[in-house]
Design a binder for this molecule. Structure first.
Ligand SMILES: Nc1ncnc2c1ncn2[C@@H]1O[C@H](COP(=O)(O)OP(=O)(O)OP(=O)(O)O)[C@@H](O)[C@H]1O
Ligand SMILES: [Mg+2]
Length: 267
């Protein structure tokens, strides 16, 4: 039985590609035969609707099988997991009730570690190779929970001027999280929605490569309309259109992310 590795996908910049990267990396790993649990930590439900149609997603959101019920009830997350159509890939869905999670966490004992405790049993069982957590575009108590429950953080960044603006806040937030979870590490920055034709893209990559706070993954994902078609069909692009450019790129990125994680685990 191998150790379950927990990876958070986080960036306070909205629309930086967190959910698309998280869903595709998770799906790519499951398609390679790994056991993957995804946790939708965002009230927008985007990770949930990456795998289910709206009707099903709302059913989970309005029912008991969602992250909010688990965290507020400080319960074992095992009871909140649902299967997706993809073999080996399970998910804890989200709900719009997550809009009040900051308030709900406030009165809790050791409020930064509630999600970590909910995950303890799932981790201890060692059934999953990877647990991937998608987070909202905020830096508050809930995302602190996501960080403290994780071994590593992947920061998806859009290759645009505003995509880089504010990254320093993200690094500071990770430093704060490390005070509570000393083993937490930034695994790397994943560039998304890249457009190589733009001069600015090259400059962005150079800036990111020179950053000391986090390594840059070699593989990046270019803008591809197949991503949106896939989302419209409630599937990650790696499952919807395997031959598409973005599916190939996400699969390579997934391999690189996992290689980085395993290298760190060995050290
Ligand atoms: N490689 C890509 N090609 C084309 N569109 C993409 C690609 N990656 C992401 N997108 C689109 O960009 C938008 C933002 O992506 P996504 O929702 O993954 O970002 P996010 O960081 O999770 O956003 P939020 O901060 O709101 O949670 C979505 O509409 C998505 O379809
Ligand atoms: Mg998102």
């Amino acid at each position: 039985m191998s150790k379950t590795i927990v990876i958070a996908f986080a960036n306070n910049k909205g629309g930086s590609g967190k959910t698309t990267t998280c869903s595709n990396v998770g799906c790519a790993l499951a398609l390679e035969g790994k056991k993957v649990l995804m946790i939708d930590g965002d009230m927008q439900l985007n990770l949930t609707i990456s795998f289910f149609d709206e009707e099903k997603a709302y059913e989970y959101a309005k029912g008991d099988k969602n992250i909010y019920r688990a965290v507020v009830g400080e319960a074992d997350l095992s009871d909140y997991i649902v299967e997706t159509e993809i073999e080996g890939l399970d998910i804890v869905p989200s709900t719009s009730l997550m809009s009040s999670i900051e308030f709900d966490l406030f009165a809790k004992w050791q409020r930064e570690s509630v999600l970590k405790k909910c995950l303890e049993r799932v981790r201890a069982k060692g059934y999953y190779d990877y647990i991937l957590i998608d987070s909202p575009p905020t830096l508050g108590g809930w995302v602190m929970n996501v960080m403290c429950a994780s071994d590593y953080v992947v920061i998806p960044v859009e290759a645009s001027p505003w995509g880089l603006f504010g990254l320093a806040n993200m690094f500071d937030f990770c430093d704060q999280a490390k005070r509570i979870a000393p083993k937490l590490e930034i695994l790397g920055i994943a560039v998304t929605k890249a457009d190589e034709r733009k001069k600015y893209f090259k400059q962005t990559m150079e800036t990111l490569r020179e950053m000391e706070a986090a390594p840059l993954f070699e593989n990046y994902v270019r803008v591809d309309s197949a991503v949106e078609w896939a989302q419209d069909n409630s599937k990650p692009v790696v499952a919807y259109k395997k031959s598409s450019r973005s599916a190939v790129e996400y699969t390579k990125l997934a391999k690189e992310i996992i290689e980085y994680a395993h290298r760190k685990e060995r050290n």
